[in-house]
Design a protein around this ligand. Structure first.
Ligand code: AVJ
Length: 316
């Protein structure tokens, strides 16, 4: 029996794999190995969101700046900034237009923040930067009384991973931490030809499959378990009726996995599913409704030329 305190990962796996409908929260994709696989996903030609957002931020950052209507100086506060490659395009365009701002990236990973800071400082030495480590909402609270206006960034389409009630909850919390007139730029994937979406999430290279299999690898290594990866497959499908991509692991036979850390067995029927991800695609109408129901107004949608993706600018 393992006596150390269970990690959130251990608790969530225990809960998720003991449920009638098995599921694993998609945030667990992103350990070091999973983050590397996600970078490969972003480089696949089938995975359009990255290119779309790059196109938007390269071509339209001047228009985004004009739409802010802020008295300077202002803050740009970014939730979950990643490597900053796309944000960098926007910061550069803002600097070229002599905007006076401070860039405040927030991340739970100090390591990720250090790498980001180095990236940005090298490419854009003139950017004023104040990285903050910690939970989004703790940092938000600590910023509540800043006098200058804030532009918050939640990019890359991460909101699509949340179920509607969770998305509303998150946006309401963002709203609570904002002053009237503060703005939010939200990356959202749009509804489009279902075939385009299907290919992006069920790629012929097997990279999205590897991304999902990595969850089983994490279970094996972190929970000292014995899942045989050959006995699982991967399935992903887009439902154009509700705009949802659902991704699953499939158990290929009736089997059990034992975890020494959790001191338990997980039982799988043949063809039983583990739901690993929701990736929601929005219509512009849905975006308007979501904004209104969480205390915002849509100012403008900045879309790529194919209208696959929007960086949606909202005001409180
Ligand atoms: C990082 C949540 C935006 O949903 O498109 C990519 C994650 N999953 N391929 C997305 C993901 C499978 C991605 N987000």
């Amino acid at each position: 029996m393992n006596t150390t305190a269970p990690t959130p990962f251990a608790e969530d796996i225990l809960h998720g794999l003991k449920s009638d409908e098995k599921h694993i929260p998609s945030k667990y994709f992103y350990d070091d190995n999973g983050s590397r696989i996600f970078m490969q996903i972003m480089k696949m030609p089938e995975y359009y969101p990255t290119d779309c957002e790059f196109e938007i931020l390269t071509g339209q950052s001047g228009n985004i700046l004009d739409s802010l209507n802020f008295n300077e100086p202002f803050n740009i506060v970014e939730f979950g900034s990643g490597d900053g490659m796309k944000t960098r395009q926007m910061l550069k365009a803002f600097l070229d237009r002599k905007a006076d701002f401070t860039y405040i990236p927030i991340d739970i990973s100090q390591e990720a923040l250090n790498a980001l800071e180095k990236n940005i400082k090298t490419a854009l030495p003139d950017v004023k930067m104040k990285p903050k480590t910690g939970d989004y909402f703790d940092v938000l609270k600590s910023m509540a009384d800043t006098k200058v206006p804030n532009l918050f960034l939640f990019m890359g389409g991460n909101i699509g991973n949340y179920h509607l009630d969770e998305a509303k909850d998150l946006l309401n919390k963002f709203n609570d931490g904002m002053k009237k007139g503060d703005m939010l730029l939200l990356g959202m994937d749009l509804r489009k030809n279902p075939q385009v979406i299907q290919k992006a999430y069920d790629d012929p290279h097997g990279i999205t499959k590897a991304f999902n299999m990595n969850l089983l690898k994490r279970i094996n290594s972190e929970l000292d378990a014995d899942a045989n990866l050959d006995q699982f497959d991967f399935y992903s499908f887009y439902n154009p009726e509700n705009g949802e991509v659902h991704t699953y692991l499939i158990s290929l036979k009736k089997q059990q996995i034992h975890s020494n850390v959790l001191d338990t067995d997980f039982s799988f029927e043949k063809d039983e599913l583990i739901w690993t991800e929701l990736s929601k695609k929005f219509s512009l109408e849905e975006i308007n409704r979501l904004a209104k129901s969480t205390g915002f107004q849509v100012v403008r949608n900045f879309m790529d030329c194919r209208h696959y993706f929007t960086d949606s600018l909202w005001v409180k």
